[in-house]
Write a protein that binds this ligand. Structure first.
Ligand code: ADP
Length: 405
């Protein structure tokens, strides 16, 4: 599905972002791409989406050769990918329904198909009934779910997620990761860039770690596996003394160590522990046990019985009942969970009118709804999705990067 073979990427300013990277992602895999800031993760993601091209080496994504793909075939490549971003990239002035529908409309799906697909994907991400809401009315976790539904609407082969939990609290982050895992289990390949060590450790997936433009680890399990134990120090052999170093034999053997009598104390248990005698279990005093049980039964059968009278008494084996805590009724009341009341949501209401404000230019990214919505009326999709640093050349018009679908 994704294959990087000895890939180098140098930017125009001379920065070597990738310095000979090789790795592959097979169909159905769930892979974390981790590494410190500036290590080259975004460069890898941009290569996968065709925003940039490798300086050397080969990048194959769903049978498209990113080094050779024609500019006009980029939308075809991107239709095989569902992209999720840290900042969700939803259009604020559009409803949840329209945000998702737009991604399906640009690839020519019919309104009938869209009206079937959108609720289906919303149900998958646990947001059934949110169609008429606006992104601003949702929590961060909910907005990310909408963006996952949008990424899924065209049934991509691969979901690529760039720090998908970066703007979400830890509990919702785990929910998002679990949702991605569920999507993966249903057959979609998932590649997630993240810094979230605790989440990565918890998920137990394949982790590809990159640092300074090279892959430093590719293993299953933890973000940073524990270092292997250092080699044990070799045992230093003590040489046997030579015969002339042995003490002279005088005929008189040194006195053998005679074990002295253990000192006794006033405490018989201490003495038993100090002695060499094996410790035998103490025979239970059956009569005392019976008496104790009877006393308990008696106290339970009387009106005035109170279990707290047993507090502080010891049973035959020495176990002392802990004192029974008296709990004031008020503190019990205080411990009652507060009733949680969600503000009522009117999902059937008509969408509210929004001012037709412009989408901020900085939020417009290639391949997202914002970019499509902002640009589609004025230019065609191909130019809307044109790679950042690659001008179409005569060579591109000859080469066709697509090897076949
Ligand atoms: P990460 O996503 O791991 O933070 P990046 O792939 O964004 O890393 O960056 C890798 C290196 O490439 C960094 O040194 C960064 O400064 C540099 N870099 C990224 N994008 C560009 C660019 N468009 N022009 C020049 N240098 C860049």
């Amino acid at each position: 599905m994704i294959q990087f073979t000895n890939v180098f990427k140098s930017y125009e300013n001379g920065t070597d972002a990738l310095r000979g990277i090789s790795f592959g992602v097979e169909e159905g895999e769930f892979v974390f791409l981790v590494g410190p800031s500036g290590s080259g993760k975004s460069t890898i993601m941009k290569l996968i989406t065709g925003e940039i091209r490798p300086s050397q080496g080969a990048v194959m994504v769903n049978n498209f050769d990113i080094g050779k793909i024609k500019h006009r075939h980029l939308p075809k490549l991107r239709r095989t990918l569902g992209t999720i971003f840290q900042d969700f990239r939803l259009i604020d002035k559009k409803t949840v329904y329209d945000n998702i529908a737009l991604a399906a409309r640009v690839i020519g799906k019919s309104n009938k198909e869209i009206s079937r697909q959108v609720p289906e994907k919303l149900a998958l991400v646990g947001l059934s009934g949110y169609e008429h809401m606006y992104p601003g009315e949702l929590s961060g976790g909910e907005q990310q779910r909408v963006s996952i539904a949008r990424a899924l609407v065209n049934n991509p082969k691969i979901i690529i997620a760039d720090e998908p939990t970066g703007n979400i609290d830890p509990v919702r982050s785990l929910e998002i990761m679990t949702l991605l895992e569920q999507i993966n289990q249903e057959g979609t390949t998932v590649l997630v860039v993240t810094h979230e060590k605790s989440l990565v450790d918890r998920m137990r997936k394949r982790v590809v770690a990159i640092d300074d433009g090279i892959i430093i680890r590719d293993s299953i399990g933890e973000y940073m596996p524990p270092e292997p134990d250092p080699e044990p120090e070799p045992a230093v052999e003590t040489p046997l003394p030579r015969s002339d170093e042995l003490p002279a034999v005088t005929g008189q053997e040194p006195a053998a160590d005679i074990p002295s009598e253990p000192e006794t104390t006033d405490d018989p248990i201490e003495d038993a522990l100090n002695s060499d005698e094996p410790i035998r279990p103490i025979e239970p005093n059956i009569d005392a046990v019976k008496e104790f049980v009877q006393a308990m039964l008696d106290s339970m059968l009387t009106d005035t019985a109170d279990i707290s009278t047993l507090a502080g008494t010891a049973d035959q084996s020495g176990v002392v009942f802990p004192p029974v805590e008296e709990t004031a009724p008020e503190s019990l009341a205080a411990a009652e969970p507060a009733e949680i009341t969600d503000p009522p949501r009117d999902y059937d209401a008509e969408p509210r009118e929004r001012t037709d404000s412009e989408v901020p230019a900085e939020s417009i990214e290639p391949g997202t709804n914002a970019e499509i919505a902002a640009e589609a009326p004025t230019r065609d999709l191909d130019s809307a999705l044109k790679p950042e640093d690659t001008e179409p050349t005569a060579k591109e018009d000859i080469d066709d990067g697509q090897i076949g679908e």
